[in-house]
Design a protein around this ligand. Structure first.
Ligand SMILES: Nc1ncnc2c1ncn2[C@@H]1O[C@H](COP(=O)(O)OP(=O)(O)OP(=O)(O)O)[C@@H](O)[C@H]1O
Ligand SMILES: [Mg+2]
Length: 250
């Protein structure tokens, strides 16, 4: 197996919560550098759990390899610099007195110079349309603005793998469309996008993983998202306007 181009490998990943809930059972998946992958599945399928496993935020059994580094207590710090995880809840991501400080925190912690921190902060804020909100307290932003700020904190880290958990939820239609456009323009990111927004998945990803404790289907976005029997069997609603669905690169 050629693993050199794999940015992420999960082998036999199991994760159980302290109350006994088995959220992930034998997840096997690998993602190549530059791939754009959507992770879909109904509520409770384990999407957020899997994304939290990747930077070592969630206990698990099995093997996770990120950019050639086997995830362990010892390597966690190194792995975290490579995975930019946008949490499902932006309030888990924002903790500084201002949005600008939140966005600059990651690059500063990585050892970037002050000039570089400033540049990365400005560019990540601009990418999310938050240029004027840098000095504001996260508590004084709307939920959708906090979501965009949380995305900006991750973009500023220039991660090898951009892992996003429902980044489009609570965005107004304009900002949802802007996020899709931004993701389409920035092909330099390897993307793992957990989402219920199958239209966003089609527009931004080439490959789709269907999760239900383990990976039950893995294929091209078109083959999975147009398979109404498969989607329905796993508690998902086929996208409305299936015929009009626009697929990335088609
Ligand atoms: N802290 C926790 N303690 C116990 N069980 C948990 C905890 N967090 C999640 N779970 C359970 O783990 C399973 C997977 O949850 P997870 O949040 O990963 O699902 P999800 O696919 O992200 O769902 P959603 O689409 O609602 O975001 C669910 O059965 C959930 O009830
Ligand atoms: Mg979730």
């Amino acid at each position: 197996m050629n693993t050199a181009s794999d940015i992420l490998i999960c082998r036999g990943v199991r994760s159980r919560y302290p109350d006994g809930t088995l959220a992930l059972d034998a997840v096997d998946v690998s993602i190549k550098r530059g791939e754009r992958v959507a992770l879909i599945g109904p509520n409770g399928a384990g999407k957020s759990t899997l994304l939290r496993v990747l930077p070592g935020l969630q206990p698990f059994d099995g093997t996770v390899i990120v950019d050639g580094i086997v995830l362990s207590d010892k390597t966690q710090r190194e792995v975290r610099q490579r995975i930019g995880l946008v949490f499902q809840n932006p309030d888990d991501q924002l903790f500084s007195p201002t949005i600008g400080e939140d966005v600059g925190f990651g690059p500063a912690a990585m050892g970037c110079s002050r000039t570089e921190v400033r540049e990365r902060t400005a560019s990540a804020l601009a990418a999310m349309g938050l240029e004027t909100l840098g000095p504001k307290n996260p508590l004084h932003l709307s939920f959708g603005e906090r979501r965009r700020a949380a995305i900006a904190t991750v973009l500023a880290m220039h991660p090898s793998l951009l892992a996003m958990d429902e980044p489009g939820s609570n965005l107004d239609p304009l900002h949802r469309r802007r996020l899709i456009a931004w993701l389409c323009e920035h092909e330099e990111y390897t993307l793992l996008l957990a989402t219920h927004d199958l239209d966003m998945a089609a527009q931004t990803c080439d490959r789709v993983l269907l999760l239900s404790q383990h990976i039950v289907a893995d294929g091209s976005a078109r083959s999975i998202l147009t398979d109404t029997a498969l989607l329905t069997a796993h508690g998902l609603e086929p996208p409305l306007g299936l015929q009009e669905l626009r697929f990335r690169g088609e």
